[in-house]
Design a protein around this ligand. Structure first.
Ligand code: AMP
Length: 190
């Protein structure tokens, strides 16, 4: 079983890469952002709560996100591994994930970070916003706030996973297939 955390700033390509990796390695892809957006589209209580944070580019509170992630894992007892995309985003989430996986005799094998600079990512996000219609991709001040949230709350996870010898940085700039190959090299050497 392989469980991966895909790590990186908004727009780094986590979702795009997860789509290829899940097929290549037969993994279940869980994107917390996608689950929140699905709940928003269905008008659930969780969706309404998440929306108030997502609209500003703020992180959704930890416990709400952790409970949702655990429920998604529980829905897939047959999975031969998971790609966690956009989760964890805080140290509390990473600790909760480790504790939860341990109860299932599972663990994170690697945290793969897609690296790219913020100017490039801002361009990508604004382009994506034109197609996806995501309001948090269409407004530069919201994008800046998402980077701020990342730098304040998510970036420290690099140390968290480095401390467990599970952190792998990959250059996230280049052709999509090239980046997939770089990640595959990391996975194949685990
Ligand atoms: P994403 O699709 O990963 O860019 O996430 C979009 C938005 O969903 C983020 O800006 C947050 O508001 C929220 N979100 C997604 N994942 C998390 C998480 N792990 N913790 C807190 N908020 C999250």
């Amino acid at each position: 079983m392989i469980n991966l955390v895909l790590f990186g700033k908004p727009g780094a390509g986590k979702g795009t890469q997860a789509e290829f990796l899940k097929t290549q390695y037969n993994l279940k892809h869980i994107s917390t952002g996608d689950v929140f957006r699905y709940n928003i589209s269905q008008g659930t209580d969780l969706g309404n709560l998440a929306k108030s944070y997502m609209d500003k580019g703020d992180l959704v509170p930890d416990q709400v996100t952790i409970d949702m992630l655990q429920a998604e894992v529980e829905k897939n007892p047959e999975a031969s591994g998971f790609i966690f995309d956009g989760f964890p985003r805080t140290t509390a989430q990473a600790q909760a994930l480790d504790a939860f996986l341990q109860t299932k005799s599972m663990q994170i094998n690697a945290c793969v970070a897609l690296e790219a600079d913020e100017d490039e990512l801002t361009k990508r996000l604004l382009e994506r916003g034109k197609i996806s219609g995501r309001s948090d991709d269409q407004d530069e001040s919201k994008i800046r706030n998402r980077f701020q949230e990342y730098n304040d709350k998510t970036a420290p996870l690099k140390d968290f996973y480095q401390g467990q010898n599970k952190f792998y940085a990959v250059d996230g700039i280049g052709e999509i297939a090239e980046v997939t190959n770089r990640i595959a090299t990391v996975i194949d050497n685990l």
